[in-house]
Design a protein around this ligand. Structure first.
Ligand code: CA
Length: 419
């Protein structure tokens, strides 16, 4: 869905597990982010054996793990009793059926309760966060917002047996090239004593712990924050906080720079330049009349995008290069914008000004819009009723062609205007 680069999809579900426990959002709460990422182009992915007899498959996994230097007895222990988890396959094949606007989603995920708990957690673990900022340059609010959105600060981490989930997804032929390395990494975690094949649980796609990370990332970025000799992302907040910080740094976070900033927009903005596209600096936006709500224009030299999740009459944000770490974390535009906004709130920003956005399209109308755009020749990806980055970009091009404000927001008027 992102147009700027192929999805590496370091993270798979970005589970928002915590949402599932809330009565207010019971039901198909995950679709905003649970739609699986588009598989990497087959040509770019190494071939991974998949399918067939499970014992034979596991034997191949063992050969590969041993070749990587993991003792055979560890591999045997890691894979003993492994089974295919049909529930995992069900989740992997589930398609998003539930769409929320930025306002709906952020109101639920960036709740007052979570902001209050987040503030308390930042205080409680102040020394750990200080270390995270000092060593990795990532400020506490950025980490804390992910901690909240992923698992409600560790409260809801997922009930799938991690080893079986990864065996299932590596064995399945849908995206073995993505999951086989995660399974090998999980076996390495067993070697380190950081994963129990029988009891370690997490998200359906193998993410583990309070910030929901995949085994390869845990192996590469895991930090033993509390000094007990293990990376325990399920139970140790210091381990989770510092590992998240190191991971975020590895995604390209630059210390001392903003990630997102609420702005107001002039009515005559060149709307076709909005959206997550490169080519402008913050200073150029300011010159066009874009005004930061906090008045801070000191980062004018940085590359910046203006994102308007609900069109030109709704809330507007300027994103800076650090926002890219959000796009690496999750491919949902609404999730990433909400998580980045959440972090600004924890850093002291006021609630955003909702303004007066035009009503968006319902699911069926959105599919009609996508079908129209597709028929015109735009690449909107899957006709899924989700106003993702691809659909927004296609819509902007078509709005520009029609001579209407190219803000990428799908309204009935825009739908009617399309041929
Ligand atoms: Ca530890």
């Amino acid at each position: 869905m992102l147009r700027t680069r192929p999805l590496s999809s370091r993270r798979v579900t970005a589970s928002l597990l915590a949402l599932m426990t809330s009565a207010a959002v019971a039901g198909p709460a995950l679709a905003q982010t649970a739609t699986p990422p588009v598989a990497a182009p087959a040509a770019a992915a190494p071939a991974a054996p998949c399918g067939g007899d499970l014992a034979a498959f596991l034997s191949g996994v063992k050969t590969e793990a041993v070749a990587k230097g993991i003792p055979a007895e560890v591999v045997d222990r890691a894979l003993a009793g492994a089974v295919i988890d049909e529930k995992v396959l069900g989740r992997d094949r589930a398609q998003g059926v539930f769409k929320q606007t930025f306002a709906e989603f952020s109101n639920r995920t960036v709740s007052k309760a979570r902001l209050d708990i987040g503030a308390k957690k930042m205080k409680e673990y102040a020394s750990v966060f200080a270390r995270a900022e000092q060593e990795y340059g990532v400020p506490a609010p950025v980490i804390t917002a992910f901690w909240a959105m992923e698992t409600d600060f560790g409260a809801v981490q997922g009930n799938f047996n991690t080893r079986n989930a990864l065996v299932t997804l590596a064995h399945d032929c849908r995206r073995p090239e993505m999951f086989r390395p995660q399974l090998i990494a999980a076996i390495e975690m067993v070697q380190h004593g950081d994963l129990d094949p029988a009891t370690t649980t997490g998200a359906w796609a193998g993410e583990i712990g309070q910030v929901q990370m995949l085994p390869e990332d845990i192996i590469a970025q895991g930090v033993d924050g509390d000094g007990d000799g293990h990376v325990n992302l399920k139970e140790s907040a210091p381990d989770a906080i510092l590992t998240a910080a190191k991971f975020i740094k590895s995604l390209g976070y630059t210390a001392g720079q903003p990630w997102i900033q609420e702005v107001s927009l002039p009515e005559n903005l060149p709307w076709e330049k909005t959206g997550l596209q490169p080519g402008m600096t913050a200073g150029q936006w300011f010159a066009l009349g874009v005004k930061p709500r906090d008045g801070n224009t000191q980062f004018g030299d940085l590359a910046a995008s203006v994102v308007i999740p609900q069109g030109r009459k709704g809330v507007a944000f300027m994103t800076y290069p650090n926002f890219n770490i959000y796009l690496e974390w999750n491919q949902s535009f609404i999730y990433t914008t909400s998580a980045a906004y959440f972090a600004t709130r924890l850093a002291g920003a006021p609630a955003y000004e909702a303004r007066n956005p035009e009503a968006g399209l319902n699911d069926e109308a959105m599919k009609v819009l996508q079908t129209k755009l597709d028929a015109i020749g735009h690449d909107v990806g899957k006709i899924d009723g989700i106003l993702g980055s691809g659909t927004r970009a296609a819509l902007q091009r078509e709005q520009l062609r029609l001579g209407i404000p190219a803000d990428g927001w799908a309204t009935q008027a825009v739908l009617d205007a399309l041929p």
